[in-house]
Design a binder for this molecule. Sequence first.
Ligand code: NAD
Length: 448
Amino acid sequence: MNDMMQRLRHSYISGLTRPLSWRQQQLQQLTALLNDHEQALLQALEQDLGKSAAEGWLTEIGFLHSDIKHTLKHLRKWMRPRKVSQPLMAWPGKSFLQPEPLGVVLIIGAWNYPLQLLLSPMVAALAAGNCVVLKPSELAPNTAALLARLIPDYLPSEAVQIVTGGAETAQQLLAERFDHIMYTGGGRVGRIVMKAAAEHLTPVTLELGGKSPAVVLADADLKTTARRIAWGKWLNAGQTCIAPDYVLVQDSAKDALVDELRAALESFFGTDASEAEDYGRIVNEQHWQRLVDYLDDGTVVHGGDHDREQKFIAPTLLTDVAVDSKVMEEEIFGPILPIISVPNLATAVEFIRERDKPLALYGFSASARSLQQLTEQTHAGNQCNNDTLMFMLNPELPFGGVGPSGMGRYHGKFGFDTFSHLKAVMQRPFWLDPNFRYPPYTSFKRKL
Ligand code: NAD
């Protein structure tokens, strides 16, 4: 690892990664990798998570293509110095922010979107002119092994390295000095990453998780609400960091919402989701068992079927859930949706404010005023009203958590900026050099 770091640092210092053309070339190479090996990548996702080809394309490969396209389109502009105004005292002259790369950065990915969550940060890091070490999650072993084989064929080893392995490997990497670390995963390991980074005063971006609520008011279009919640929740069998974790629904709409959710689920996955091509599996047996245990925390009003051998858990709706039960205290990260009724928006807001700031928050209502209230009165990394997950498709919106759901942001220009230092530069000519700022500070000068 020491050798690897020295080689990367040497490449960085040599200026290899600085030119726009080099950065563009790497992004084009990544596009070529995704195109040339699309089938193999989709197959690895299927083996790791039972992800259907359509879902793998939509949420991983297609996402990366748009990310790269957007970055290539805007990169020249993002790299330009950003002019700011000059105060009269410092006139004549100019001030600007000069984006410069950080150096050698570490990207640690999670298993649930094992391509997107590793490679999208790399798009930003390479665009910003850095050398990169990638550490994929060991819990998606087929995807990790395939990437480890393909990356060296497409990206120069003097600038990009991929290191596979588990927690021990991650800790060895964390002992090295990086110029930035981006970690995606749970908060427990997030703390380990931040402590290790503190040793070298390395800045971190932490993309963590948490319980993302969906608030449904009685005036919402319940059919559309249910379809949008069901899509966001059961994509990747609920193993999505921004999936709605639980629903707070206004009392009078609860039964109708449950009926609409049932109807949406049946239309998506039929009456037996284990037969549905587009329904995924739980990543491993340990997570499967953790999720099955949650089924005892409430009344199963839909789904509940599970099969250890297939690592299958049906899309499940849970009601009569105690707020101090495990399913309401831990991030679910699986296909179980607790539904809790509340009398009104104010109670929902209070419920959310009493808990950790979530990564995402969803509000459903026909009233713009209610949605505005929800937006203004709660905290969350990202919010999407009258839909779920779709905000991820807008590269003009930053993605990231707040408080326990993370720190820092990326996507589009925000990712470029995360992996850049915006150096503050002031530049002045010699030709005007009035005497008033230099000592001695005579009484006349002091009056100025
Ligand atoms: P994980 O188990 O894949 O771990 C993430 C990374 O941490 C892996 O690369 C792993 O090797 C490494 N790691 C594990 N133990 C370590 C240790 N002791 N020291 C150093 N590194 C270690 O992922 P996970 O934590 O199970 O992921 C699920 C969590 O991630 C959920 O909370 C979810 O919400 C969150 N998540 C967040 C985002 C986001 O973008 N904000 C995306 C996906 C997942």
